[in-house]
Write a protein that binds this ligand. Structure first.
Ligand code: PLP
Length: 396
């Protein structure tokens, strides 16, 4: 099928929840995607921070193929080796933890919310409230939507799940003031991704950790977008050494296959007992094998070192450009999550890039978000930068 045929078929049959670009991709390799008409695109988007090793990364392809040939599913009524091995790897990386495996970021966060409530319940204190932040994004299930601090996503879905309140991001005093007798946890992204690549001050997480310790609250860090090497470390919290009580992962963990994970401190994880939570597909052996391939790559292939170096190059070049541009307000980010904050809307710049076959994303109205593969080469970075700079120059 060509582009037009695929797009027509999709339009006729899919529920229209996405502002889908009129392009149908058929294959990808490294930082490049190819559409059904044979056009090549440079991918600074990675399917929303998912294909962080680029497309068709050999270790991941091999892991998926080998596992698919052996066994694809048995449910959580039985054990499989990839599931057990992935859980062990995640626990070791977190340090003294236990893992619940799910299929998406929202599900990982939903598990975190349920664990926090259950932990509060088990302590007999009747605590269930979760404080999250304005501008946050935690998912589209009713629970995670209720934690998400963006009203535009709530429209038409009220009443939301009770027990959530939001305060401004990067404001410890606001968090402190919001803590009530029923509060059980604080839930944050270390860098707000969908909210516009918003970076808190360097001591924010440390001060939130102190607040949690003082008030006996759980700190839940949503690393769905920032985790698995995106910022140059396996988990973003490792930059400041502030370890959460519960951490959630998804997106890049599966190298393109759907997977989510909630990692919790071992003593807290005890609150989830047999029958208290579950998922038919969670811990699927093919998805887990893919995730093991991703973790192998991050450990052995100097991928995060590359992300740090190339990310710095991208940020420096964009900041240099911004100094001479009245259209760019700020360039911010860490590793391979970068936001170019525009004076006006960013969507037209993303569209101009797409016209030149570079895929970037506009978020939070005015932010051009770059989520390139961690494996991006300097030449690919420069090719993308040239397109972005042309698009920014042409911006209204
Ligand atoms: N949490 C964060 C920080 C995210 O960026 C996202 C998705 O963009 C989610 C949760 C939801 O993940 P999913 O779309 O896999 O449910």
């Amino acid at each position: 099928m060509n582009n037009v045929e695929i797009i027509e078929l999709a339009h006729q049959n899919l529920i229209n929840t996405y502002g889908c670009a009129p392009i149908a991709f058929v294959r990808g390799t490294g930082a490049y995607l190819y559409d059904a008409d044979g056009n090549r695109y440079l991918d600074f988007f990675c399917g929303l921070a998912v294909t962080s090793l680029g497309h068709g990364y050999p270790r991941v392809v091999r892991a998926i193929r080998d596992q698919a040939e052996k066994l694809t599913h048995v449910s959580n009524v039985f054990h499989t080796e990839p599931t057990a091995r992935l859980a062990a790897r995640l626990c070791a990386a977190f340090g003294d933890g236990r893992v619940f495996l799910a299929n998406s970021g929202a599900e990982a966060n939903e598990a975190a919310i349920k664990l926090a409530r259950r932990w509060g319940h088990d302590r007999g204190e009747g605590r269930y409230g979760i404080i999250s932040t304005q501008g946050s994004f935690h998912g589209r299930t009713l629970g995670t939507l209720s934690a998400t601090g963006q009203e535009k996503y709530h429209v038409g879905f009220q009443p939301l799940v009770p027990g959530f309140r939001q305060v401004p991001f990067d404001d410890v005093e606001a968090l402190r003031a919001a803590v009530q007798s029923d509060t059980v946890a604080i839930m944050l992204e270390p860098i707000q991704g969908e909210g516009g690549v918003v970076m808190p001050r360097p001591d924010y997480l440390k001060r939130v950790r102190e607040l949690c310790d003082r008030e006996n609250l759980l700190l839940i860090l949503d690393e769905v977008q920032t985790g698995i090497g995106r910022t140059g470390k396996l988990f973003c919290w490792q930059h400041c050494g502030v370890k959460p009580d519960i951490m959630t992962l998804a997106k890049a963990l599966g190298g393109g296959l759907p997977i989510g994970a909630m990692v919790a401190r071992s003593d807290i994880a005890l609150s989830l007992t047999p029958g208290s939570h579950g998922s038919t597909f969670g811990g699927n052996p093919v998805a887990c094998a893919a995730a093991l391939g991703v973790l192998d790559a991050l450990e052995n292939d100097a991928v995060m070192e590359n992300a740090t170096a190339i990310g710095e190059h991208l940020i420096n070049r964009l900041r240099e450009f911004a100094r001479g541009s009245s259209k760019v307000v700020e360039v911010r980010g860490q590793g391979m999550i970068i936001g170019v904050v525009m004076r006006d809307e960013a969507r037209s710049v993303a569209e101009a890039c797409l016209n030149e076959r570079l895929i970037v994303n506009a978020t939070a109205e005015k932010v051009l978000r770059l989520l390139p593969p961690l494996t991006l080469t300097r030449e690919e970075a420069d090719a993308g930068l040239a397109i972005i700079e042309r698009a920014l120059k042409g911006a209204a």
